[in-house]
Design a protein around this ligand. Structure first.
Ligand SMILES: *Cc1c(COP(=O)(O)O)cnc(C)c1O
Length: 435
């Protein structure tokens, strides 16, 4: 038995499924998950001493790669001065100022510890601000695991949730009361007509739209610009709040996030992943008149013992400083594009139905002829072909997310030669399995 296998056996005795987050299990692709012991740059090493090029990046945060020396130094310096005060520190102001400067739709921001908290708080705020209950989300978008948002929510739920419960407005997880799920209206992604119709019918009851401006939790689905524009126009017209969930896309697709890339100004936005640089840190923010409704200024309650934690804030500040370097996103985007183009060409050469696309530093791989544009198309892809691809690449030392329903990530530490080595490994696999 390998050390990974024996650790997995031991883990399953006292941790449900052996993992502390379901997407880490290899349930949909089979086999035991790798337990990791050390990461450096674009690579990490598992418990059996095997090294991998990492295309998961802790599911998005590691835009600088593993253990970037400047981030580690900032964390060590902060930790030496105290792990938590439960009282304000100057670095929190710096981080809020920086977020508001880089993302102009933010007048104010509040720091929390996870993306789930950020989205949960943003929808509570939108409901408190509008005095309405109804929430619109899109099929296959994931916004964390709070009750209102576990309705037709992608990735982990696509793999493990209650598929029988995937009817409109019904929860995609056990334990979510139907009474809560009924306040969430689920519409297809990239369907401006369905959105327009929903507002025509119930516009006066809709508190908010929450959307991943690039969907990254049902593989990667690129937004049609007219769809995002419709979401902006309809919310403005009907007095509803437009929430961009940028927990994944924030500082991942560009320095000004997806809203900068597509030129849309949401009312509220949520961030996580990259802004914590690998530490538990997230944020929500937006228009001043809405943000001033939060306690202690307003009546919408939101709090956190470890919110604005000094060590997490130090990691976030160090990360956000480094991503502002000249050419950072051009380089990151070029690496993701190189990967997508190289994999697609290799598949074509061997007659494999496969395509790939990137938005900035995130990418999608699809065992289909053309990139999907919504949830229904994503779920039609060949998941068995993905499973074979996953294991072949894993075996060759290239670590992709263990599910066909996840976006992938490159970091600034990935070199042109690194990407070329992954394309070569994929080509060997396609050559062996293609026509
Ligand atoms: C990851 C993610 C979340 C949840 O963040 P956690 O930190 O895992 O709670 C919310 N929304 C989106 C778009 C995400 O990708």
């Amino acid at each position: 038995m390998t050390r990974n296998q024996s650790l997995f056996e031991r883990a399953q005795r006292h941790i449900p499924g052996g993992v502390n987050s379901p997407v880490r299990a290899f349930r949909s692709v089979g086999g035991a998950p790798c337990f990791f012991v050390k990461g450096q740059g674009a690579r990490f090493i598992d418990a059996d001493g095997k090294e991998y090029l990492d295309y998961v990046g802790s599911w998005g945060p590691l835009i600088l790669g593993h253990a970037h020396p400047e981030v580690v130094a900032a964390v060590q310096a902060a930790a030496a001065d105290g792990l938590s005060f439960g009282a304000p520190i100057e670095a929190e102001i710096e981080l809020a100022e920086l977020l508001c400067r880089l993302v102009p739709s933010l007048d104010m921001a509040r720091l929390v510890s996870s993306g789930t908290e950020a989205t949960m708080s943003a929808i509570r705020l939108a409901r408190g601000y509008t005095g309405r209950d109804l929430l619109i989300k899109f099929e296959g978008c994931y916004h964390g695991h709070s009750d209102s948002l576990l309705v037709k929510a992608g990735s982990g739920l696509l793999t493990f949730g209650d598929r029988a419960g995937l009817a409109q407005g019904s929860p995609s997880s056990g334990g979510v009361p139907a009474d809560i799920a009924k306040h969430t209206l689920v519409l297809p992604y990239n369907d401006a007509a369905a959105l327009t119709e929903a507002f025509a019918r119930q516009g006066g009851q809709i508190a908010a739209i929450i959307i991943e401006p690039v969907a990254g939790n049902m593989n990667l689905i690129a937004p049609e610009p007219a769809f995002l524009a419709a979401a902006r126009a309809l919310t403005a017209q009907h007095g509803a709040v437009l929430i961009f969930d940028e927990v994944m896309t924030g500082f991942r697709v560009g320095l000004h996030s997806a809203q900068g890339l597509y030129g849309i100004t949401p009312d509220l936005s949520t961030f996580g992943k990259v802004i914590g640089g690998g530490m538990p840190l997230a944020a929500f923010g937006g228009r001043r008149d809405i943000m001033e409704k939060i306690a202690p200024l307003g009546s919408v309650y939101q709090a956190g013992t470890l919110s604005g934690n000094p060590v997490a804030v130090a990691a976030g500040l160090a990360t956000l400083k480094l991503i502002q370097a000249k050419g950072f996103y051009e380089n990151l985007t070029a690496r993701a594009r190189q990967l997508c183009a190289g994999l697609t060409a290799a598949a074509q050469k061997h007659g494999v139905a496969f395509c790939a696309q990137n938005v900035g530093g995130m990418f999608g791989l699809y065992f289909t002829q053309t990139p999907p544009t919504n949830f229904a198309e994503v779920t039609a892809a060949d998941t068995e072909a993905f499973g074979r691809f996953f294991h072949a690449l894993l075996n060759a030392g290239h670590y992709f997310a263990p599910s066909a329903f996840e976006a992938g990530f490159v970091s600034a530490a990935h070199t042109e030669a690194d990407i070329a080595s992954t394309i070569a490994a994929a080509e060997a696999h396609f050559a062996a399995t293609g026509r």
